[in-house]
Design a binder for this molecule. Structure first.
Ligand code: FPP
Length: 245
């Protein structure tokens, strides 16, 4: 039995994280170590995404949300930004049939500001092919920022405030969450960040209020199925209190 199969047996199926969020960090350093350009790192990073999706399907994770491009990533050199946008769309188009055959529902979450006008249309056309599926929910955070998400939520609430649906008396956390990109999804139970950095970087900042954080030195392109299961096993050893005792 290989290491992955052994780890799979260690996983407690009754305590699986329902939702895993991932900050895929370290592509640039991984490429740099090999004397290659940063896009080479991102391309290999896309393979690690595939590995984590496969493992998620195999063990029965319901939600996986990966941080593909942040609202802050526009400040990177133009060729890297262009390359990343293209890599993400090309990967989606190439993989969508296989994702769908595996019963995966694919969604992009993020804001549309700054994206080329036809980008989101192309993305939606691909994602829609999977929306009748019932297995893993794969969220790709694209042009995503937690603060912008909160502002977008507030903006989309305004009509409901004006028509009286939302009042100071009935506005609570549950109602507010209906306006987030993640409406009707459970909050992440586990957030993984690779490459040794220990920050949330504006990722799912509302949703991660009680999320267990897992940091590893592994650079993202090397984060494959074994590393993914190790993170879940670590999560299962934790005692979650949600502010209680
Ligand atoms: C962070 O590493 C990584 C990103 C900003 C991009 C992540 C994107 C992918 C893995 C592409 C594939 C995604 C999908 C969904 C197909 P970094 O560039 O900040 O690395 P560094 O800190 O070492 O420079």
């Amino acid at each position: 039995m290989n290491k992955y199969e052994k780890l799979k047996q260690q996983i407690n199926p009754d305590r699986l994280p329902r939702h895993i969020a991932v900050i895929m960090d370290g592509n640039g350093r991984w490429a740099n170590k090999r004397g290659a350009n940063r896009l080479f790192g991102h391309k290999n990073g896309a393979e690690a995404v595939r590995a984590c999706i496969e493992a998620s399907v195999e063990i029965g994770i319901k939600y996986l949300t990966v941080y593909a491009f942040s609202t802050e990533n526009w400040s990177r050199p133009e060729d890297e930004v262009k390359g990343l946008l293209k890599l993400i769309l090309d990967s989606l188009i190439r993989e969508i049939d296989e994702l769908s055959q595996n019963n995966i529902i694919v969604r992009f979450i993020g804001t549309t500001t700054n994206l080329p006008p036809d980008y989101r249309m192309k993305v939606d056309a691909e994602c829609q092919k999977t929306w009748n599926n019932t297995g893993l929910n794969l969220n790709i955070a694209m042009n995503y920022g937690g603060r912008v998400e909160l502002l977008d939520a507030m903006k989309s609430m305004i009509p409901d405030i004006l028509n009286g649906k939302i009042t100071t008396n009935n506005l609570d956390e549950m109602m507010f969450e209906k306006y987030l990109y993640t409406a009707s999804m459970p909050d992440p139970d586990l957030m993984i960040r690779t490459s040794g950095e220990k920050r949330l970087s504006n990722y799912l900042i509302w949703q991660s209020a009680y999320t267990e954080l897992y940091f590893t030195e592994i650079l993202w392109p090397d984060f494959k199925k074994v590393a993914f299961l190790e993170a879940i096993i670590d999560f299962q050893s934790r005692n979650r209190k949600f502010g209680g005792v």
